[in-house]
Design a protein around this ligand. Structure first.
Ligand SMILES: O=C(O)c1cc(=O)[nH]c(=O)n1[C@@H]1O[C@H](COP(=O)(O)O)[C@@H](O)[C@H]1O
Length: 242
């Protein structure tokens, strides 16, 4: 019997579409979602979404991190809505009117509001003018985003439990900054293991380089998926994606 795909979104941050499509094909039997981000989308546009979708069959998360005035974000969200991504990211710091504009313009996608980037350290927050600590900033932005209609939130696994307590069970919690035990953090600052992220209540774990940088991305994805199946989920909204 084949196991159900794990609640993982593999970040296909590849320099070319052939590589991304190959990764998508290798990981798709093991994960629910693949993520197309700026690197791929800015080079290939809608073809990137079509090609990775074709390659594997996992749902597509479009991570464009929109952040502009509401009218511009509405136009951008409308432009990509026809690609039918399961998730589309915006920066929560764009404010409630901007988030609402994205929600209204792309009704078929779940708008995922990015709270505080997982690459930021506590000491970075003050420098960019964000009142910390990170936990408080993330909770504040999460509450604002959900009030504005966001159906999903992006935060570090370290804040997932606090965010869940803040917004309740109906919102999809997405956590990048995931590193298997012993893996290098690279440019991520607020990290946790896949098992810790799931136990903290995350619904969907974004994992890129620990999978795509492995000699065999399919096996790396399968190993993490198997570890997650042995971990009790922490949150009530433990189903990933749509
Ligand atoms: O929105 C995201 O997906 C995102 C938000 C965030 O705060 N931190 C973050 O790392 N990401 C994305 O998650 C992925 C993480 O990749 P790895 O660090 O290689 O696992 C990248 O594609 C990032 O763009």
């Amino acid at each position: 019997m084949t196991a159900a795909p794990a609640p993982i979104a593999v970040a296909l941050d590849a320099p070319d579409l052939e590589t991304a499509a190959r990764w998508a094909g290798l990981v798709a039997p093991h994960v629910s979602t693949v993520k197309v981000g700026l690197e791929l989308y800015l080079r290939y546009g809608p073809d990137a979404v079509a090609r990775v979708r074709e390659a594997g069959g996992a749902q597509v998360f479009l991570d464009l991190k929109l952040h502009d005035i509401p009218a511009t974000v509405a136009g951008a969200a409308r432009s990509v809505a026809r690609l039918e991504p399961a998730f589309l990211t915006v920066h929560a710091a764009g404010g409630p009117a901007m988030i609402r504009a994205a929600v209204d313009a792309a009704p078929g996608a779940r708008i995922a509001a990015v709270t505080v980037l997982t690459s930021l350290r506590e000491e970075d927050l003050a420098r960019i003018g964000l009142e910390g600590p990170a936990h408080d900033a993330v909770r504040r932005l999460a509450a604002l985003a959900v009030e504005a209609g966001a159906q999903a939130l992006v935060c570090s696994p370290q804040e997932a439990a606090a965010v869940r307590a803040e917004v309740g069970p109906g919102v999809t919690l997405i956590t990048p900054g995931v590193r298997p035990a012993g893996a290098a953090a690279q440019d991520q600052a607020r990290v946790a293991t896949p098992e810790e992220a799931l136990a903290a209540g995350a619904d969907l774990l974004v994992i890129g380089r620990p999978i795509t940088g492995a000699a065999d991305p399919g096996t790396a994805a399968a190993d993490i998926a198997a570890a997650l199946r042995r971990t009790p989920a922490g949150g009530p909204a433990a189903s990933a994606g749509s």
